[in-house]
Design a protein around this ligand. Structure first.
Ligand SMILES: [Zn+2]
Length: 362
């Protein structure tokens, strides 16, 4: 009778454990090769500008280079009209170049889809196209989104960035003005909940120059969010803008939203250099922002909000601007805001939308 010496049992178990660990790590790194090799993913990028010009999809891949692993793909839902009566031979390139109106330009979705479809299967893994060419004040908006999904199955993961209240822009849009109180918005979010499409919504947190007697948009906005618990929503720029300042108790408002179980489907992107301006304003604002992200690491995403970047330096400028913020985050929060939350939300959306498309062919 010979007993197995304990060191042999130990070494056998050790080897099995080692093999298991090694193979699981190996599988992980194989599966997530794209995920691990890049610095950041961009959850908010406009490759086309207000006159529907800008990058090609190949330009976008070049901008991403070896720095940005994945990037959302959308232009702008609104086209700036060149009104001869308003600016004569001077062709406006930006919405502030003229008083002429903006109008919804639905062809943008077909253009985005065709650009995406020109990619190889490997390249497609790095791009997440979004539907934007709908009027959110139109009760038919959800029908447009559905039509785009069914015309281009296998392409889109989300909708947006679309806007309800947006400084300078909303009042320039031709036709009925968008509103948080319009049931058209509910039908859009209901359709997103049904299909799994993730949505990026721009809605200013407040009016540009709020008077003491006006209310911020927070109550109306959170009421809309609460009515659609199954919709995956990203609130762009946490509602601040060029002249829309953070609320006095901004950190508390966002903290309360993060704590509220009826808003657990709402996430926040910190895209735009105008947002960085508030976060990086001084040591206090930076620390308050870092504390918030460290406390709720699953809720925030990085985005550049660049429009048709001419080169990689411009494309990465907001990312580099945020270096003091990256330095103050825990390793977990840093990884999630740069990549992990994007991956969770968009991979989830993509899988659900593909299922919906299969079940609802044209
Ligand atoms: Zn944007």
């Amino acid at each position: 009778m010979s007993e197995t010496p304990s060191y042999k049992i130990f070494s056998k178990n050790f080897i099995i454990t080692f093999i298991l660990l090694f193979t699981s790590n190996f599988c992980y790194s194989q599966k997530d090769a794209v995920y691990d090799n890049y610095e950041v993913w961009d959850a908010h990028y406009h490759f086309i500008n207000y006159i529907q010009e800008g990058n090609t999809i190949q330009d976008v891949l070049e901008l991403m280079g070896d720095k940005v692993g994945r990037c959302t793909l959308f232009g702008l839902p609104l086209q700036q009209m060149w009104s001869y009566g308003n600016s004569g031979n001077e062709a406006p390139k930006y919405y502030l170049d003229t008083d002429a109106p903006l109008y919804y330009y639905s062809f943008t979705d077909a253009y985005t889809a065709m650009q995406y479809l020109s990619l190889t299967e490997e390249q497609k893994k790095r791009i997440d196209p979004m539907i934007i060419g709908f009027n959110p004040a139109d009760m038919y908006a959800a029908n447009h989104i559905k039509r785009v999904l069914q015309t281009f199955p296998g392409v889109f993961s989300g909708i947006g960035e679309f806007s309800i209240h947006k400084e300078f822009v909303s009042s320039k849009v031709a036709g009925e003005v968008a509103s948080l109180l319009n049931p058209a918005l509910d039908s859009i979010f209901s359709f997103c909940a049904e299909t799994g499409l993730v949505s990026i919504l721009h809605n200013d947190i407040d009016k540009p120059f709020p008077k003491s007697y006006t209310l911020s948009y927070v109550t109306d906005l959170t009421n809309v969010f609460r009515r659609h618990p199954d919709a995956s929503i990203i609130w762009a720029h946490i509602g601040v803008g060029r002249i829309v300042n953070p609320l006095k108790d901004m950190a508390k408002v966002i903290r309360d939203m993060c704590e509220d179980p009826t808003l657990s489907h709402v996430n926040f992107d910190i895209s735009w250099d105008e947002v960085a301006k508030y976060i990086l304003k001084n040591d206090t604002s930076l620390q308050i922002s870092a504390n918030l992200i460290n406390d709720y690491p699953d809720r925030f995403l990085y985005g550049s909000d660049n429009v048709a970047s001419p080169d990689q330096k411009t494309f990465l400028s907001v990312y580099n601007l945020y270096q003091p913020l990256w330095d103050k985050l825990t390793p977990e929060a840093r990884e999630k805001i740069k990549k992990g939350n994007y991956r969770r939300l968009f991979d989830n959306a993509k899988a659900k939308v593909r299922e919906w498309e299969k079940a609802n062919p044209k």
